[in-house]
Write a protein that binds this ligand. Sequence first.
Ligand code: GRF
Length: 214
Amino acid sequence: MARLKVGVLISGRGSNLQALIDAAAEQAYPAEIALVISNNAAAEGLARAARARIAHVALAHPNPAAFAAAADAALRQSGAQFVALAGFMRILDDGFVAAWRDRLVNIHPSLLPAFPGLHAQRQALAAGVKVAGCTVHFVRPVLDTGPIIAQAAVPVYADDDEERLAQRILAAEHRLYPMALRLYAEGRLRIDGDRVAIAGTAAPRGTMFNPPLS
Ligand code: GRF
C-alpha cells in the first residue's frame, strides 16, 4: 500500500518531528514525510530533516498570508496529502486551515480544552492540576481547538517546575504523535462534528490516581 505523504511544519527544536521521522523509518509505518517546512531558518528541526535525507525548506514569514501561500505551494509540489504541525509557533492563515481542513493536525502539550495557547505547562502548574498531558487534534481556525484524535496523561509531581513537567509531557508526545498519525493513515478516523470516532481500538484499562490511592 502507498504510504500517506505528510508535510510537517516546525519552528524550532523538532523533537516531535524526530519522533515522526523515527516512526516512518520503519517501512511498515503507513506514512512518510514528504517535506519539512520551517518559518525559522535556524530551526534545529531542519538539521534533523537533513540528517534523515528528507526534503526541507525554510520559508520567510512576513505575514501569515504570504507564508501560507508559499507553504501551500511547496506542500502541493511535494505531493503531501496531509499536514502535521509540530511545534509550529505561528498563527496559521485561515485560508490555509480551510484548504487543508480535516487533513491538518497539531500536537499541544496539555489535555485540551484545558490550557490552550502559549506556556501550557506553566498554565497547568499555576492551576494546580494533578494530571497533565498532551493532545493531538485536527486544526480549526481558533487556536488549539478542533476534534481531538488522541491524548496522553502524565502525573504532575509536587516538586515539578515547568521544565520537568514539560519533559515528562514531551516524552508522551513523542509516543502519541506517531500513534495518532498512524490511525489517520490507516483510515481509522472519522470526524463527526466536534468528535473523532476511531475504528478498531481496544478500550484502555486502569485509572491514574495522583496522589496514589495507597
Ligand atoms: C511541543 O511541546 C509541542 O506540543 C508544542 O511545541 C513543542 C514543540 O517541541 N506544540 P519540538 O519542536 O517538537 O521539540
